[in-house]
Design a protein around this ligand. Sequence first.
Ligand SMILES: Cc1ncc(COP(=O)(O)O)c(C=O)c1O
Length: 400
Amino acid sequence: MAIYLDHAATTPVRREVVDAMLPYLLEHWGNPSSGHSFGRAARAGLDEAHERLATALGGEAREIVLTSGGTEANNLALKGAAWAGKARGHRIVTSAIEHHAVGHTLRYLEKFGFETVELPVDRYGRVDPDELEAALDDRTIIVSVMLANNEVGTIQPIAEIAARVHRHRGIVLHVDAVQAAPYLPIDVAALDVDLLSIAAHKFEGPKGVGALFIRHGTHLLGQQQGGAQERHRRAGTEDVASAVGMAVAYDLTRAAQPETGARLTGLRDRLRDAVLAVPGVELTGHPRDRLPGILSIIARDTDGVSVSQALDLEGFAVATGSACTTGSPEPSHVLAAMGYPDEEARGALRISLGRTTTPAEIEAAAVAIPRSLAMLRMGSAAIAADPLGQGLTPGVAAGA
Ligand SMILES: Cc1ncc(COP(=O)(O)O)c(C=O)c1O
């Protein structure tokens, strides 16, 4: 059986979640907007999903809009708040290490006259709240900073950022909590955020469903037109089964968070020590303020694609950077912003643990990953020393 160490890309759906969803696929399949009994049964499930998610996040049911995932939640937050705020200003402040669902949405908004200010991060991937405050002016309408990064796991000081942002009237704070939600308790009141995105598939819920928290009173223009669903903020018949699945998955996740976090930190640190023992391997991201499940490294003189392919053949699923950048020749914008030159960033690997990761899996990985890294590093050193293979016998050069 292959060992899955890519939980930051996605997670398996939990059995209890599937069980909670099935009645809404097989029995209560009505359209929740219909007034008859079939519709009312589906509506009850949908309303309960809103309630449960709102309670879990510390908000109200009317403040939750269901979306098709993290990407749509981020798009709705940024485009919706940008168009609603256009009369007041056109400046949007963000960090240089956001997920493309934020970064590329802002590039798109620039085509319509919005201006994006991208804040630098330090070597560990942290935004400086003072620098952020200095970037705010009276034309600024949105600040968007992620709670935790998907490639290196670094956690941002969101409450401190929120305090700075809310000294200025009329700036909306959006937080992409897609990667953080499985591991960090989220309380929208304590964090003092206006908009917050989550996605179910990162916490053992189904794919293709997410949510955007929209603080009551925050102006947002809906980005798809049609019916009046989700209080006019997201037209289209809701996927009730997925909404129920997400709510159940999030409740189960939250209940186990302290235990999961402590256990994964221990397992991750065990693997970290084994991997960092290989010469030329260094940890990326913050040494302490990071998600418990993410171990991100750079192995000098290797490329992450070769390492992850070698590990795949041995039965270990890991990622080169983030799943979203796999297959793309572009070096990671996150590592570039953290100051790693392209040739170093090529050697990036992300090993991400999840609730279902076992000690036995980590023991196996603690042998296999350092071995692969060491072999690939030795291979590239040998090639660098003897690029034409002249020191090798013909049989060895041919791979015999
Ligand atoms: C931080 C972050 N934001 C947004 C997304 C996009 O979420 P989804 O895949 O649900 O569209 C991801 C997915 O990897 C992510 O890690």
